[in-house]
Design a protein around this ligand. Sequence first.
Ligand SMILES: NC(=O)C1=CN([C@@H]2O[C@H](COP(=O)(O)OP(=O)(O)OC[C@H]3O[C@@H](n4cnc5c(N)ncnc54)[C@H](OP(=O)(O)O)[C@@H]3O)[C@@H](O)[C@H]2O)C=CC1
Ligand SMILES: Nc1nc(=O)c2c([nH]1)NC[C@@H]1CN(c3ccc(C(=O)N[C@@H](CCC(=O)O)C(=O)O)cc3)C=[N+]21
Length: 302
Amino acid sequence: NFSGEHNNLLAAAVFQPTLLLYSTPAAAAFQPCCCCIPPDTLLQQPASGTDHRRAPSITFHVVFIILFWLKSEDFDTSALVSLSTTEYNEYLHLKAQKQTSSPIGYMMLRLHLDEEKLLDAVCLEKDVDGFHPINMGNLALRGREPLFIPCTPKACIELLIRSGVKIAGKRAVVIGRSNIVGLPTSLLLQRHHATVTIIHAYTENPEQTTSEADIVVSAAGVPNLVRGNWIKSGATVIDVGTNPVEDPSCEDGYRLVGDVCFEEVIKVASVITPVPGGVGPMTVTMLLLNTLDSAKRMLNYT
Ligand SMILES: NC(=O)C1=CN([C@@H]2O[C@H](COP(=O)(O)OP(=O)(O)OC[C@H]3O[C@@H](n4cnc5c(N)ncnc54)[C@H](OP(=O)(O)O)[C@@H]3O)[C@@H](O)[C@H]2O)C=CC1
Ligand SMILES: Nc1nc(=O)c2c([nH]1)NC[C@@H]1CN(c3ccc(C(=O)N[C@@H](CCC(=O)O)C(=O)O)cc3)C=[N+]21
């Protein structure tokens, strides 16, 4: 079982060396920074939709960590909050020129914040999300290396490797094909020599295909999609889903659940990630790691 505690330890294991590295004098002069820019619509008034309601807390979470890295005066979160969509693109462009920043846009696909323009504007060397089409293309092409690997897919692989799960030669099923999770995760698993099948909303008999997999990564955004009978005995299950479900007994009126029916699947799988406390915190760690790599590359620091 990947317990929350175990996962926090893994996150710390990545995080601590990066902190140590950055206490060196050469690096001290340089301030790696990643600004997470939430879309204006999201900050004005979160609507009742799933993603909207969930986003502010996650955004805060990320901004909090980023401020920790920053130590710099030129980062004004209150200014970011008041940006309009057009200004947002301009801001990204501006930030892209600056030495210390790695601008990322908080993708809320249903809000459609001119995602294409936004991604094109991000400077390749600072694309810590790994969503720029060139980084994505290089992830897909054999013999090429992307400058950055997207954070959530990287987090999934990190969890597998650090937990001793063999990937090469194994059958992997990825549920979901979004640009930010499903697609890059399937590409990355393939790079690690898994035999990958992708399941999406049009797939017939997803349970049949999934039950043949040694590794299942679910990123559909559907609570309780993956049931016990979808999983082969002893399989590894990575639950990326972060879905709020109403729960009046919780302080905010909702709680977070994954895509996987945890109670059923834990009886069949050999290892499974919990939600919360699974892929999410590791994703944030990978964002920091990518930010650090970006800064190191700019410093020619090897
Ligand atoms: N922990 C983390 O770090 C992160 C968690 N998330 C969470 O992961 C989940 C997915 O996010 P994201 O990829 O952005 O979501 P999207 O809505 O962009 O994509 C969902 C994907 O799942 C597929 N899908 C939807 N319903 C079903 C179904 N019933 N059966 C099979 N496939 C289905 C869709 O298929 P189709 O393409 O055919 O529509 C689509 O490809 C969400 O819960 C999100 O909150 C997201 C990012 C990071
Ligand atoms: N440009 C961009 N990059 C992203 O990486 C990106 C994005 N847009 N849009 C939205 C998704 C979602 N995402 C999450 C990251 C961390 C948690 C996370 O840390 N979750 C905690 C819970 C957090 C809480 O309780 O508030 C957990 O699962 O334990 C969740 C979700 C990144 N995304």
